[in-house]
Design a protein around this ligand. Sequence first.
Ligand code: SF4
Ligand code: SF4
Length: 91
Amino acid sequence: MKYKLAVKPGTTRKNKTGGWRTYVPKFLHEKCIACNMCNLVCPENICYPNKKKKKNKSGKIYYQSDLKYCKGCGICAENCPAKAIIMQLDK
Ligand code: SF4
Ligand code: SF4
């Protein structure tokens, strides 16, 4: 018997899942080295260079996440090589 997965990574884009979380990532823009690791590891692929293409003092277009879909899992913070993301309680 074949089983099908009920969900696939990234499919929650169709549903705004941001209301579920307890923790939320805070991006420390000055530390960002724009390596894209947070987006690679994020289950929802919702970490992007900021839309206004603003740069930090190091000249990097810093990243942020789309909090409408962020579930607060913390994987981005765990894997950021620059320690540019911290998790904090969502208010
Ligand atoms: S993983 Fe960290 S340093 Fe890399 S783009 Fe994301 S926030 Fe910036
Ligand atoms: S906390 Fe999880 S869902 Fe939210 S941006 Fe980071 S990796 Fe993505």
